[in-house]
Design a protein around this ligand. Sequence first.
Ligand SMILES: [Zn+2]
Length: 494
Amino acid sequence: MSWNELVEHLKEIEILDGVGATLGWDEQTYMPKKAAGLRGAQMALLSRLAHERRTDARIGRWLEGLDTNDPVQRACARNLGRVYRREQRVPASLVDKLARARSDGFHAWIEAKGASGWQRFLPALRTLRDLTLERARAIDPHRHPYEVLLEEYDPGTTVESLRAMFARLRDGLVPLIEAIATRPQLPSIEDTVPLEAQWRLSTAVASSLGFDFDGGRLDRSEHPFSTGQGEGDVRITAHLSERDLLGGLGGTIHETGHALYEQGLPFDLAGTTVKEAASYGLHESQSRFWENYVGRSRPFAIFLARTAQEVLGAGAPAAMRDADAIFRAQNRVERSLIRTQADEVTYNLHVIVRFEIELALFEDRLALEDVPEAWNEKYQRYLGITPPDTARGALQDVHWSGGAFGYFPSYTLGNLYAASLGKTMEAQIPSLWSDAEKGDFSRPLAWLRERVHRTGHLHETPEIVKNAVGERDHVEDLLGYLWQRVGTLYGVTR
Ligand SMILES: [Zn+2]
């Protein structure tokens, strides 16, 4: 009885969230400039309505009445219980203080980044770190505060497992990057391709990968993103630029990967919390699997060369008609300062630097004023480069200014899971690569649908991944695959 009431209640929250997602999507795509004020008021009301429902006093009673012998209700007790505890245990005064600190933090960060001054950001960051620590302790004083933060993005993952995996990954990547740096650089593709032609190519590729255009949209925006409003409505955007066809297309493939996950969720379980994606890391594994594991493979380059010729016709640059040129350009490795522009190999070191610094901050091993120095020292040691200023160093990401500590690991967790999913598929789907060459991606998609997408949030991510791939060493899977694919292209061996 109470279960049905709870499900109806949660369905309403999902609907409100979906409406908010539609408004947010519109804001970044088609909304007229002058509607900004109105949209702000609309979003504020929506989030207030959703918040009222999330903190409804009946939820505690409903949670107690769940039948934990039923797998869906048991998962709901875990998922909803976690959110409810957070809402209950964090005092309203702290919530207010944090909201103000985030807004102050964002402005301080903008100014600090513009003037390249850590000192400008320091007081706001200190407040954010202290309040975030206080919040983590309020939620659970017995657990590692960083794990409590991590749980918001990747529930089920422990600090200790991250510490161990990331250290091994770091130690395996540094020699690969050093070896690559001694070799001649691979050529990139920088031909100018009209945006309209790129748009047709992006649409064709998303469609080949299995994106359902009757249950979603592809539009353009300043930053590519994906958003799932619910059943039958999953939207992605592309950001294209004339001289970076592969970069824009890679973004579209990435968002398509997120969207395929959202389109495959168990919608029959709406209102149970099990319909949701299980974690940021798992979501990211879906985008990275398609963007990197598939999208940077040689068979995909063959498919892409053919598709570019079909779609772009005579306007296709010579390099885009050459699968080998595409394959080389897709796997170019370059030591660079900015995480969001990093290639697949160096990317994880950018994340590991941030993880190590965050963890040190929450274990009181690093003073906030020393972050830029620690940052530069790690960049030099892992990537062989030193940022010339903090704007391109410790101030480059927005995350900390919003108090989003514990978010970064999800990106690399996604790469680790994607590698194990890929390795397992290679063993279980013999035609994986010959199909990819033909532009047929239905088997890997069906594989993911069955083992990942339809599971929703019935289990926690480490268990979902284990059920899908068995006992695998994710670090070894990722290192092995990068050495094999990229190392071979550069002529280096492990
Ligand atoms: Zn993503």
